[in-house]
Design a protein around this ligand. Structure first.
Ligand SMILES: Cc1cc2nc3c(=O)[nH]c(=O)nc-3n(C[C@H](O)[C@H](O)[C@H](O)COP(=O)(O)OP(=O)(O)OC[C@H]3O[C@@H](n4cnc5c(N)ncnc54)[C@H](O)[C@@H]3O)c2cc1C
Length: 351
């Protein structure tokens, strides 16, 4: 008998797989690949909210845990996927510089917000009021990491690429049976796909569509992430950048739209002073939750069934710690933080 079946292999499923590997648990992943927020993600990790210069939920502890977690994965898999970058915030007015300096004095933000502004010497970018520099930010190449992790799992026959058929799942008292697989536990980490999951679709996963552009510009020559109306993130290939992202709360389709392309292009044109071409456009749905906290925990009736979802807009930073919490909850009977425990939505569950 397996220890686990994991359904859905994005940042959530992969992080749990890593926790299981580290603890010598056996598992099989069952996943589709087409509707994935993780492969679209810019993959940025950034411990500061750059609109208001505040700290996101649990950012310091998440980052502290996430960096060694991903570094260990890249070393084991022999890939370069953790790319630290300075993050340059364009100041739109002098007043923003003052707000930045006030924020950089606060103990929780001081390690991240440099009080020394940087002069813009890149003629391809409009930034007359200098840049504020965020330290300890960067990019995780999520799609590349998922791909090499998948190859490792394929080599041990632990990866099945198929849609999970909920009707074929038999839930027994102390294990589950799915087709010819038998496991002690099953964990659902399907991102926005959870909407179709009859066991967990009572949870308030809203979903926020996001789109990005991939551009090529030979004159931009950027070796930092730049944030103004949009983020520009250097990708692995020379002269290729990701520009994003949009936020759309009502469109729940996975297709790229002309509307998003125009929105991103308009914002980019305010920031850039150079030629570029759009080479691709990608769309995904972020698994966002009504109260902006992850959805972690045990099914109200089925004791060997769990959910790992709701990573929201910051999956790169959030996934490692919450997968760790879920693992310890299942295996070591530790408590989940009330903030992330799906118990908080138990009143929405009808038997
Ligand atoms: C445009 C955009 C930009 C983003 N940028 C960033 C960023 O810079 N930094 C950051 O931290 N976060 C970013 N995010 C958010 C990030 O992508 C998410 O937080 C994270 O990827 C969610 O991971 P997940 O594993 O929960 O879901 P997903 O990545 O969506 O993975 C779920 C997987 O489950 C599979 N699945 C679903 N249903 C089934 C089923 N029934 N059977 C089998 N398989 C199933 C899906 O096909 C998919 O492969 C961005 C998101 C978007 C859309």
């Amino acid at each position: 008998m397996l220890d686990y079946i994991i359904v859905g292999f994005g940042l959530a499923g992969m992080s749990l797989a890593e926790q299981l590997q580290k603890n010598s648990k056996s598992f099989v992943v069952i996943t589709e690949e087409d509707k994935s927020s993780s492969v679209v993600a810019g993959g940025m990790y950034n411990p500061v909210i750059l609109k208001r210069f505040t700290s996101p939920w649990e950012a310091v502890s998440q980052l502290e845990y996430a960096m060694p977690f991903y570094n260990a994965m890249q070393t084991r898999l022999g890939v370069n996927v953790v790319n630290p970058f300075p993050l340059l915030r364009v100041f739109n007015a002098i007043e923003e510089q003052n707000n930045w300096l006030i924020a950089s004095d606060k103990p929780n933000l001081a390690p991240f917000l440099s009080p020394n502004f940087v002069k813009n010497d890149n003629a391809a970018i409009h930034a007359d009021n200098n840049f504020g520099v965020v330290n300890k930010a960067g990019r995780l190449q999520v799609a590349k990491l998922l791909h090499s992790y998948k190859n490792e799992l394929l080599s041990t026959k632990s990866y099945l690429q198929e849609a999970f058929s909920y009707n074929d799942l038999e839930v027994k008292k102390d294990h589950v049976v799915y087709k010819d697989l038998k496991a002690k536990h099953i964990v659902f980490s399907e991102g926005y796909g959870m909407k179709e999951n009859p066991f967990f679709n009572y949870l308030p996963l809203n979903g926020t569509k996001g789109e990005v552009l991939i551009i090529k510009s030979e004159s931009l020559k950027l070796n930092a992430i730049v944030k103004s109306g949009v983020f520009i993130i250097p990708l692995e290939e020379n002269d290729i950048y990701l520009v994003g992202a949009t936020y759309h709360w009502t469109d729940k389709t996975w297709e790229a739209t002309e509307e998003a392309k125009i929105e991103l292009k308009d914002k980019l044109d305010l920031l850039l002073n150079c030629e570029y071409i759009i080479v691709d456009q990608l769309a995904g749905i972020r698994p966002t939750v009504k109260d902006r906290r992850p959805l972690i925990g045990r099914h109200p009736e089925h004791k060997n069934m769990y959910v790992l979802n709701g990573l929201g807009t910051r999956g790169v930073m959030v996934a490692p710690t919450v997968s760790n919490q879920l693992f310890n909850y299942i295996e070591n009977n530790t408590e989940l933080d009330a903030e992330i425990d799906i118990e908080r939505f138990s009143s929405g569950y009808n038997k």
